[in-house]
Design a binder for this molecule. Structure first.
Ligand code: SF4
Ligand code: SF4
Length: 388
């Protein structure tokens, strides 16, 4: 074992060793596992709990697990959850307050201590999604202190993509199946005649420190070439693509498009797309009390721009029609997010496509808006040219 290599190779026992080292270091290790017919993110204690031999078949509104003969652990694509379920949880108690018999109030924080997470198997699109949420939740005036505490202590093991799904389109959003930044260790799974192994790249000092305690071997040229070749090949096998246009400008030019009527004749405004999206961050707060009135709690929970109440101001909801709510979601995600946070709000993970119950496809909607705009501009130009 070398002291602090920049690359290395783990076998299946080495992967198990990595998880055990992280657990022994006091971390809550979260990784993919199979439950209820899907790959979910769950607390794991060893490599045996990973989804070896499971892949997934995705389409708009459809998700199915399939068994794979190669026994790969990371050949599945995004499931219904993302890392925001842990960094920015669905429900979180912010504080509670108790009134004692003498009327004194004692206020307590919701959580005395945040967990120290290690995330195993973070896809490159989700690395980008985490960096977007970092900017949103810790980069401005209104910091989410719980998020910051969980995020700053998190150890990230990326898993590069070698088997993209039919709803993936990260390349057309400026990303790709390779992990570029934002990880402590990055794994690329290789299954070929040389065996089943994981090519490892070190991304931080913390990563090098952990790797030093994990059984590994020096990276060989054959494994590295196979790993890089598999990731390069994945880049050309994206299931979908966004139209290659300025999406920010397209959204701004499409506010009155007829396509909004078409898509909202199908949209159920269920909000599934916002729940599964790894970058959506909106929350609301609510108070609960017990029957005596001596104990009260304030909770933060995810909210969705598809909810009628989301835009409620005194007197009524600003976005009262499904059309206005879908338009808000898409124009924010692909357009005004740039103005607010200096990046797109979409990393092309495809979750909103897969988990939409009626199969609404964000790439199809953006393409239709682009086609409608192009036809409108073409018509205007023709009218201009034929003016007497
Ligand atoms: S686009 Fe699909 S997932 Fe999103 S609110 Fe509409 S029906 Fe639900
Ligand atoms: S908008 Fe859809 S494809 Fe884009 S990041 Fe969110 S869930 Fe993924």
């Amino acid at each position: 074992m070398s002291d602090s290599p920049e690359t290395a190779v783990l076998d299946r026992d080495g992967l198990d060793g990595l998880i055990k080292v992280l657990v022994a270091g006091g971390r809550t290790v979260v990784g993919p596992g199979v439950r209820d017919g899907a790959v979910v993110l769950t607390e794991i204690a060893g490599a045996d709990e990973l989804p070896f031999g499971w892949g997934s078949e995705l389409e708009a509104g459809r998700y199915r697990l399939v068994q794979r003969e190669d026994g790969a652990a990371f050949a599945h694509t995004s499931g219904p959850q993302s890392w925001k379920n842990f960094l920015h949880p669905q429900r979180e108690k912010l504080w509670s307050v108790d009134r004692s018999s003498d009327g004194a109030l004692a206020v307590r924080p919701g959580r005395a201590q945040q967990p120290s997470y290690a995330f195993l198997g973070v896809r490159p699109c989700d690395l980008r999604a985490i960096s977007i949420q970092d900017r949103v939740l810790t980069g401005g005036h209104y910091e989410d202190s719980g998020y910051r505490a969980r995020r700053s202590g998190a150890f990230v093991v990326a898993a590069e993509c070698t088997v993209p799904g039919a709803t993936c389109f990260c390349v057309s959003m400026g990303g790709g199946p390779a992990a570029d930044a934002g990880f402590d260790l990055a794994l690329t799974e290789v299954v070929d005649t040389g065996g089943h192994r994981f090519f490892v790249r070190v991304g931080s000092e913390a990563g090098a420190e952990v790797l030093a305690h994990v059984p590994h071997r020096r990276a060989d040229a054959g494994t590295e070439t196979a790993a890089r070749g598999a990731v390069d090949a994945a880049r050309d096998r994206m299931g979908r693509a966004m139209p290659p246009v300025d999406l920010h400008a397209l959204m701004g030019d499409s506010l009155d498009a007829e396509r909004w009527d078409d898509v909202t004749s199908r949209c159920l405004t269920c909000g599934n797309c916002t729940m599964v999206c790894p970058t959506c961050f909106c929350t609301t707060t609510e108070e609960v009390t017990d029957l005596t009135g001596d104990h009260a709690e304030r909770w933060q929970r995810w909210d969705s721009c598809f909810d009628l109440d989301f835009s409620y101001l005194h007197g009524g909801a600003v976005r009262s029609s499904p059309r206005s709510r879908y338009r808000q979601w898409l124009t924010h995600k692909l357009g005004t997010w740039h103005d607010q946070f200096d990046s797109t709000g979409c990393v092309g993970c495809g979750r909103c496509v897969t988990w939409c119950p009626v199969g609404i496809d964000i790439t199809e909607e953006a393409t239709a808006l682009h086609d409608e705009l192009a036809a409108r501009l073409h018509g205007e130009q023709e009218r201009e040219e034929t003016k007497p």
